[in-house]
Write a new protein. Structure first.
Length: 161
């Protein structure tokens, strides 16, 4: 199973709260914790890390707090994952660095894995915080097709072969 860490999930939850309440200019760690089941120490840790990554702006002082560094439409899930986890890749060769795998020079599937990794990163970059806070369609409603397709980036055109 491919899984992001719990802290990354919590970071997306916190950023989504900030995006959802963008009419309020600043948010304290205590307020964000009160609005979620995430303890204050964990919220503090995440806010510092997201601030260092340039996704949040820290405002000091008695009335300080945190705000999104950019509009929610301009912050992608991919950027959050990169800030929290590092480069997203299913395999070591997926980060497109050299010298990380002993099979690198003779691997028959390396380019396929790199295509898959690029497609996944593209999908994550194409999903913004504003997409994450959009309400789901009503039960039974037909949801629109996604705005992107992984098939072309994988060298596929669809249909059975």
């Amino acid at each position: 199973m491919i899984r992001m860490s719990k802290l990354t999930d919590y970071a997306i939850v916190l950023l989504s709260q900030l995006a959802r309440n963008s009419d309020q200019p600043l948010h304290s760690a205590r307020d964000l914790s009160a609005a979620s089941p995430i303890p204050v120490p964990t919220v503090n840790k995440l806010l510092r890390k997201l601030s260092r990554a340039g996704l949040l702006v820290s405002h000091r002082g008695a009335n300080g707090g945190y705000s999104l560094a950019r509009k929610a439409t301009e912050i992608s899930v991919g950027q959050v994952l990169l800030a929290m986890e590092g480069p997203v890749a299913l395999t070591e060769c997926g980060i497109e660095a050299t010298g990380v795998c002993m099979l690198e020079s003779s691997c028959p599937v390396r380019s396929s894995w790199q295509n898959i990794n690029r497609a996944i990163r593209g999908a994550l970059e194409g999903l913004s915080l504003s997409d994450m806070i959009r309400p789901p369609p009503p039960v039974g409603a037909i949801s629109p097709a996604p705005a992107f397709s992984l098939l072309p980036s994988l060298g596929l055109t669809g249909g059975a072969r």
